[in-house]
Design a protein around this ligand. Structure first.
Ligand code: AKG
Ligand code: FE2
Length: 316
């Protein structure tokens, strides 16, 4: 199934002055992956391997603590896109995981565990690196879409809404193995770092393709905002996490996000300028975020009733 493999893109040319040919080739692979299904992996992305390993170890240590220790680190700040700190999925959710949410350093939404002691320092460092990868990817996506290189950066200049989540998935049981149900991410671009257990799967041509974890590599996936802006030129990846029997799993997801007051609608470059009808009506990002949050806090009884970006789709 060689054609089913998720491509891995070496980002070295983007850190090397003058390697125009290398950049061009990388952008071709990225454009194709984003147009077909919105998923690829990257290597030589600038995030140090030792830091990623250290963060993973700290996360494993934290989640192995008793509940009373973990529950010291919870807060539901008004205005936060999701509550900061430690949380566990409600029992009625099919998603069996617990997680810690981190916002940019200094954000009032943050609540860091005091144990293990280096948790805050290392997570803040991870956050800084992933913010840089987010900005790099935004400029690459702008170029791949034929937009000015600074287009997405200028559209999305407020970094205070980005967030990182450290996740712990419980081992699958005899009867169920859902880690995260099938979904698309609501933001612009997501990065996912898996431990050696794996379990992340992406849907391509109607098939679920497992993303095999490789040391030093992480996943890039396109989110709904990019799909709407590009009027479906780039696809928001449909993905899920499947849990393994007898094996707990850890991962990190970094969400390069958008400020809530931003208006999201298909850009003229992908509609009127080329004679294409818009595939979505415009919306305020925070309204969509609130609907998506409700999916989690008050899951609909039928999973197919969960709100997705199709909520704003214009039928043709
Ligand atoms: O844990 C993972 O591998 C992915 C999590 C995910 O898809 C999400 O949090 O949106
Ligand atoms: Fe996701």
């Amino acid at each position: 199934m060689a054609d089913a493999a998720i491509p891995t893109v070496d980002l070295t040319p983007f850190f090397t002055d003058g390697d125009e040919d290398g950049k061009k080739k990388a952008k071709e692979v990225i454009s194709q992956a984003c147009s077909e299904y919105g998923f690829f992996q990257v290597v030589n992305h600038g995030v140090p391997l030792a830091l990623m390993n250290q963060a993973m170890e700290l996360s494993k240590t934290f989640f192995a603590y008793p509940d009373e220790e973990k529950l010291k680190c919870t807060r539901n700040s008004a205005g936060a896109p999701i509550p900061g700190g430690y949380n566990i999925q409600p029992g009625r959710s099919p998603d069996k995981n617990e997680y810690v949410v981190v916002f940019p350093a200094g954000s009032s939404f943050n609540v860091f565990p005091t144990n293990p002691p280096k948790f805050q320092e290392i997570f803040e460092e991870m956050f800084t690196y992933f913010t840089k990868v987010g900005q790099l990817m935004e400029s690459i996506f702008s170029e791949c879409l034929g937009l000015p290189p600074n287009f997405l950066k200028e559209y999305n200049e407020d970094r205070s809404w980005d967030l990182m989540v450290a996740l712990h998935y419980f081992a699958a049981t005899e009867n169920e193995n859902t880690g995260v149900s099938e979904h698309e991410d609501q933001n612009l671009i997501t990065f996912v770092l898996q431990d050696e257990i794996g379990g992340l799967e992406v849907r391509k041509d109607g098939q679920w393709i497992p993303v095999i974890p490789t040391k030093g590599t992480f996943v890039v996936n396109v989110g709904d905002v990019i799909q709407v802006l590009s009027n479906n030129k780039f696809k928001s990846a449909t993905h899920r996490v499947v849990r393994s029997k007898g094996k707990k799993r850890h991962s990190f997801a970094f969400f390069h996000n958008l400020q809530g007051d931003k208006w999201v609608e298909p850009l003229s470059q992908f509609t009127t300028d080329i004679g294409e009808p818009p595939r979505y009506r415009g919306f305020l990002y925070k309204d969509y975020q609130a609907l998506r949050r409700k999916n989690k806090t008050h899951p609909p009884s039928r999973p197919e009733d969960a709100i997705r970006i199709t909520h704003y789709a214009i039928s043709t």
